[in-house]
Ligand binder design. Structure first.
Ligand code: SAM
Ligand code: SF4
Ligand code: SF4
Length: 339
């Protein structure tokens, strides 16, 4: 069956591939250093999918209706052969959008090669332009200057417009948001302010640390008036706004306060080959086992289709009704399935 619809009528359009579970940062909202310490056992090379396996699954997913691919992690640029994988994925017929999400630390020397290999777009995560706040939010691992060099290199390589992902946490970086927006106004890059989400179970998430996008929108609008703009395509995650003075565009990802599950067409593949149909899923389906025990492309396509047909995830919408503290599910961690 091509173009399967899930139980809520949603197609599969977007595959996010987590290349590896390791990261050179320890952002407290994602991989707190107390949990991910020196002895933490990350996946072994053998446990991770090979690039051949990733490519095969991506082709099969595209055959079922996926048109967007995104490489993520953990930190995807820690994979020394990432450029080779990018060129092979870019060559898949039927992919009209191909992006990568990175913390930007290793981007500067790679940007040109990634673009030449066929990457179309890049998202760089950057939580603050205040050096101390930035460093704290990277778990004391990030260098702001190096990330900014990465952004400049991506711009020179033509990976424009660059999206800048900024997680907003009350009492942590909210006082530095206007400076960050000011820095990128007029640059052509699009800052996307993300509500702090209760992904996984290890970041000690508290509702009190979420600032509703509505509140931030008001704050920004008072300084630089904004107007809403229509989504570019159905299922777009960010709510888009443009500065009235022509200095560009920003977006809000309102997963907590205004969820958008109704149009969610995203599937996620972890580095060890588990397919998740929701960012907040507790369980997924291993594609690695059938892959490694001789399943044909048709078998794998059937399995993927069955998983998608059975999908009824709408966690963020349900979370609005039932506060997360009352939920006792063991959710997958963000660094395993990417953003
Ligand atoms: N390491 C890469 C990076 O940071 O860009 C890619 C993977 S990271 C898991 C993908 C995105 O998820 C980042 O933009 C990050 O800020 C976001 N993220 C991680 N944990 C989050 C949380 N609890 N709430 C909201 N966004 C989160
Ligand atoms: Fe690493 Fe990205 Fe998670 Fe930060 S958000 S710890 S950079 S995977
Ligand atoms: Fe999609 Fe799950 Fe997020 Fe809803 S909560 S938008 S179903 S990933």
């Amino acid at each position: 069956m091509t173009d399967p619809r899930d139980r809520l009528g949603r197609p599969i359009r977007d595959l996010r591939i987590s290349l590896l579970d390791q990261c050179n940062f320890r952002c407290p909202y994602c991989m707190p250093a107390t949990e991910y310490h020196a002895d933490y056992q990350f996946l072994s090379r053998r446990e991770r999918l090979t690039h051949d396996e990733i490519l095969r699954l991506a082709r099969i997913a595209v055959g079922l209706g996926v048109t967007k691919l995104r490489l993520t992690g953990g930190e995807p640029l820690l994979d020394k052969k990432v450029v080779g994988l990018v060129s092979r994925l870019a060559a898949i017929e039927g992919v009209d959008d191909f992006a990568l999400t990175t913390n930007g630390m290793l981007l500067a020397p790679l940007a040109q090669d990634l673009a030449a290999a066929g990457l179309r777009r890049i998202t760089v995560s950057l939580d603050s332009m205040d050096e101390d706040v930035f460093r704290a939010m990277s778990g004391s691992r990030g260098e702001l200057g190096q990330v900014l060099e990465g952004i400049a290199a991506a711009e020179r390589a033509g990976l424009r417009p660059i999206k800048i992902n900024t997680v907003v946490q009350r009492g942590v970086n909210d006082h530095t948001l206007l400076d960050l927006l000011d820095h990128f106004r007029g640059s052509g890059h699009i800052v996307r302010l993300i509500e702090y989400m209760d992904v996984g179970n290890r970041n000690n998430w508290r509702y009190e640390q979420v600032i509703p996008s509505r509140e931030i929108l008001k704050l920004i609008h008072e300084r630089w008036p904004l107007r809403p703009v229509d989504p570019r395509y159905q299922g777009e995650v960010a709510r888009r706004y443009k500065y009235l003075d022509g200095q560009g565009e920003i977006g809000f990802i309102t997963s907590v306060t205004e969820p958008f599950c109704g149009s969610c067409s995203r599937a996620r593949l972890s580095a060890d080959g588990v397919l998740y149909t929701c960012l907040f899923a507790a369980t997924g389906t291993s594609l690695r086992e059938p892959l490694r025990s001789g399943a044909s492309d048709e078998d794998l396509a059937d399995l993927l289709t069955r998983v998608w047909l059975a999908r009824s995830d709408r966690y963020s919408e349900e979370r609005r009704v039932q506060r997360p503290s009352e939920q006792v599910i063991n959710k997958v961690e963000m660094y395993r399935v990417g953003g």
